[in-house]
Structures are given as C-alpha cells and as structure tokens.
Design a protein. Structure first.
Length: 200
C-alpha cells in the first residue's frame, strides 16, 4: 500500500503547474519534476533546480556539481542516494530552461510555494537542511540572509545547527572558492562532521 509520501511524490512527478498555471512565461519544454526523498531521511539538500543532465537522467545531481557536493559533504554516491539518509528537494523541480547566454534560468516560482510545506510534513526526521544557493537561502532564512550569498555563507554559524547555507557547487564557482578559502577551511569540516553524525 502506498504511503502518503509515495502519493505526494507521485503528484509532484505529475505536476504541470509551470505549463497550465505559470507565473510568467510557461516552461519551454515538457515538465520532468525531480525529487528524491524518504521518510526516514535526516539530512535535506535544498538545491536550485535541475540542470540539463539531471533533466535527462531524472536523478538529482548526476553531474559535476553533484560530484563536488558529495565531496563537500564527505559522502559516497551510495550514501547520497540512500533515501533513508539524505533527501533532495530543489527550489524548482524542473529544469527551467536556459537564457540567451546559455546559463540556466532561475528556478520556477510555482514549485516551492505549492509543494515544499506539504513535502516537509512527510519528512519528520529532518535535522539538517543544506541551503544551496541564494534562492534556497532567501526562502528558508528570509530576513536573516545577509547582503550577499558570500556574507550569508560566511555567517553560517548564525543559523544554528539545523541549517547550513552553501554556495552552489557548480564548477562555475571555482573562482569563488579560490577567493574564499575560509569556506573549505572552516565550513566544510563542520558540514562533514554534522552530516556524518546524522547518517552514520
């Protein structure tokens, strides 16, 4: 018998809000919502939106960004995709398309308001949210975010033990990492210890 979470995930995967009731221009292609969750998970990765490779695979973070994120977290691929340990919920469930310069558009605005609260109610064991990028940080930290993503991440201690803001692990952010060596020195050891303590 399907659980309430199973039924909700099925609803999300059938979602067509961004075509049938879009906020702004409709999605430029057929939706393929990507979500990866389990009721026992204790760590929740809240990312931005699927990229082109994830849109094709239907599996989150199956790209170089995923490799970097798993390295940051100190987890194997098997651990990362173990729904009983780690849940993955993007701000926008579908690949949003690309702008004129070939960069990904922002996450769709329909997803988080419609689905996130309902999904979180079915994930009662989450103890740590990893807020990846400014969209997740603004949504979940609200007025507690700082003037820039760099400042928000630098002040990660301000958000307590239940949330850690992170930059996007995109390889386009390699220069950011070089300019901010404190991130790998100060944040990553704490991130890895916290994740390990929760997933075993």
């Amino acid at each position: 018998m399907a659980s309430r979470l199973d039924n909700l995930v099925a609803e999300i995967r059938a979602c067509r809000l961004c075509l049938d009731h879009p906020l702004g221009k409709p999605l430029p292609h057929e939706p393929r919502p990507v979500v990866h969750v389990g009721r026992q998970a204790r760590v929740l990765v809240i990312g931005q939106a699927p990229g082109t490779r994830v849109h094709l695979s239907g599996k989150p973070f199956t790209d170089r960004s995923g490799d970097r994120l798993r390295d940051w977290m100190g987890v194997t691929s098997d651990e990362f995709y173990d729904r009983s340990k780690i849940a993955i919920m993007p701000m926008g469930f579908c690949f949003p398309g690309q702008d004129n310069k070939g960069g990904d558009l922002p996450p769709r605005r329909e997803c988080a308001p419609h689905w996130h609260d309902r999904l979180l109610k079915e994930l009662p064991h989450i103890e740590l949210k990893l807020l990846i990028g400014q969209y997740a940080q603004k949504h979940y930290l609200g007025e507690r975010t700082k003037r820039s993503l760099t400042e928000t991440v630098a002040e990660w201690r301000d958000y307590g033990a239940s949330a850690i803001p992170l930059p996007h692990p995109s390889w386009r952010n390699t220069s950011w990492l070089k300019k901010n060596p404190w991130f790998e020195r100060d944040v990553l050891p704490v991130l890895q210890q916290r994740v390990r303590s929760l997933i075993g």
